[in-house]
Design a protein around this ligand. Sequence first.
Ligand SMILES: Nc1ncnc2c1ncn2[C@@H]1O[C@H](COP(=O)(O)OP(=O)(O)O)[C@@H](O)[C@H]1O
Ligand SMILES: [Mg+2]
Length: 291
Amino acid sequence: MPTSAEPPGQPEPGSPAGAAPGSPLPAASSTVAPPPAPPPARPPAYLACHELVSGYRKVPVVRGVSLQVALGEIVLVIGPNGAGKSTLAKALTGQLPCFEGSVTLGGEEISRLAEEVRSARGIGYVPQVNDVFATMTVTENLEMGGYRVPARALKARIDEIFDLFPTLQVMRRRQARTLSGGERKTLGIARALVPQPKALILDEPTSNLAPLIAARVLHEVAGALAASGHAVLAIEQRVSLGLEVAHWGYVLTEGTVRLDASAEALRSHADLGALFLAAQPAPAPAAPAPA
Ligand SMILES: Nc1ncnc2c1ncn2[C@@H]1O[C@H](COP(=O)(O)OP(=O)(O)O)[C@@H](O)[C@H]1O
Ligand SMILES: [Mg+2]
């Protein structure tokens, strides 16, 4: 049923709201502009960080980032090289310490938990490079991904993964180094799925992939993950392609969130490129003074 925000007989712009046209007695609120439309509602966060500060050897790179991703949602983190995207991913997974702020999973604070504990709680991570062991076979890679899964359950779990990715089953005895780029990335993601994470962080899953293969990884693999209820946080350089599949996006520049909007709004954002470019020629930060 079509609905209209404006009832019929709305006063002309500039005339007092809430008063009949021509009325000498404007309502008390007549000069107050109508409130801006509320931002689109987000589903409840599964993985989130709040005012997160993290970096290397006490030097902050991520500086006060707040973001969230819900189960069933694909959230994109985009931004120029060196913006701190990978650093953010590592702070969420626990590879880097949380200097300030918090990370939560399912509403529970996990900021101080070690990487293995966060992984056991349901955070999966696919690094940009070195996401598979090149000289191991497809099956061995999946077994490595399930090193925490009890041996008896592991075989069944790998069979489930093969049902999900039939092409991997066909290639199960091949060394990972013989796979194509797209197949390797699929294996990297499949490997992260063996312990059944609920949230998956993908660091530039399409880097070095041909455009058609990149589109398939995002549409088919990331799309299927979200459709099966995973929370997918994808760092992506292919902004247009990423925004085709994502629900929400964050633009990160110089370690802070510059823009936080629905994918739909970002797709029609006129100055997204300018936002990136403006961040590019930032002068190199001064070397930190020795502590
Ligand atoms: N291991 C590291 N040690 C110190 N500084 C690092 C390290 N890795 C990345 N950095 C610095 O952190 C900043 C952000 O890097 P990164 O998170 O990799 O950016 P992005 O993934 O957005 O390209 C860069 O200035 C980079 O030099
Ligand atoms: Mg990176």
